[in-house]
Ligand binder design. Structure first.
Ligand SMILES: [Fe+2]
Length: 307
């Protein structure tokens, strides 16, 4: 039996460093907004344009579960989808719901919601100036990118297991290691399907450049996911990834993590990372060894071509 109580927000030990986020005064400890905000006509149009641009790129690139989920939840019916309406369909499928939050929320609160099958989605939508790129997760990234896969029963279980894993990461003070796992799976994961690679990561699927770059670019490595390795690997938060990790199936992903028990990893690693984001190791199963030329030319900051 577990030593943790997943029905309450886990305490953050004083030794654990967390970003100093300031909770808006109208919110409770769970950071949930009382309701989804109402969007202006222009914001709804922005959603439609973002949706249409991504939809055109999905065939042959997004994994089947994502495409199916998008359709089953009917996220493209026009305007920012109502969370209430999404939940009417999603809840009976996998027990998940989407809940509105104002911005990035503290790790402990995030884990608490995931463990209880609530996906916190940013309430705001980017502005037109941020059409192509936004670092903070907005409602388009969160709903278009993340929510379709919550209709897949195995992936839905993985997300809840990830939330529960947060308690142990807090206890061992190894949030970075667990974040790297989230980053390289939920946000930037690739999956092998029909003999080719497809995308399931929300961070990739919510923007056109990385949707192409992750699969077709010659720069990035594409390496089979090994949990012990990934949890020791640095990642890029403000540019295209240097390496993508590939799973054979969501069942494989679920078993690799749920059965691993992260204590041996937490006990053997330092709080920081061991492997650079550009590393390709002798022990890696490599599908594609990238040239890293995008990274070497300075990436986004140098206007490097994402090839
Ligand atoms: Fe995300």
């Amino acid at each position: 039996m577990t030593e943790f109580d997943f029905s309450r927000i886990p305490a953050t030990p004083p030794s654990v460093f967390v970003a100093p986020l300031k909770r808006p005064s109208h919110l409770g400890d769970d950071w949930l907004e009382p309701q989804q905000r109402r969007y202006t006509a222009d914001e709804n149009r922005l959603w439609d344009e973002l949706f249409e641009r991504q939809r055109r790129l999905l065939p042959g690139r997004a994994c089947q579960a994502f495409v199916d989920g998008l359709e089953r939840l009917d996220l493209g019916r026009g305007g920012v989808p109502s969370f209430e309406r999404i939940n009417e369909s999603l809840l009976p499928m996998t027990g998940w719901q989407v809940v509105p939050v104002p911005m990035l929320i503290p790790d402990a609160v995030f884990f608490y919601h995931l463990a209880n099958r609530r996906f916190p989605a940013g309430n705001f939508i980017r502005t037109r100036d941020q059409f192509d790129y936004i670092q903070e997760p907005d409602v388009f990234h969160d709903v278009f990118g993340h929510v379709p896969l919550l209709t897949d029963p195995v992936f839905a279980d993985y997300m809840a297991a990830y939330g529960r894993a947060g308690w142990k990461a807090l206890k061992y003070n190894r949030l970075k290691a667990l974040s790297a796992l989230y980053w390289y799976t939920v946000e930037f994961g690739l999956i092998r399907e029909n003999g080719g690679l497809r995308i399931y990561g929300a961070g990739i699927l919510s923007g056109p450049t990385e949707t192409r770059f992750s699969l077709e670019g010659r720069s990035p490595h594409r390496i089979h996911l090994n949990v012990d390795r990934v949890m020791r690997t640095d990642y890029e938060i403000s540019d295209l990834q240097s390496t993508y990790f590939v799973v054979e199936s969501f069942a494989e992903l679920f078993h690799m993590t749920e059965q691993r028990g992260f204590e041996p990893i937490y006990e053997s690693i330092a709080p920081g990372f061991i492997y650079a984001k550009t590393a390709a190791l002798d022990t890696d199963h490599i599908y594609h060894r990238g040239t890293q030329e995008y990274e070497l030319r300075g990436g986004r900051g140098s206007n490097a071509e994402p090839v």
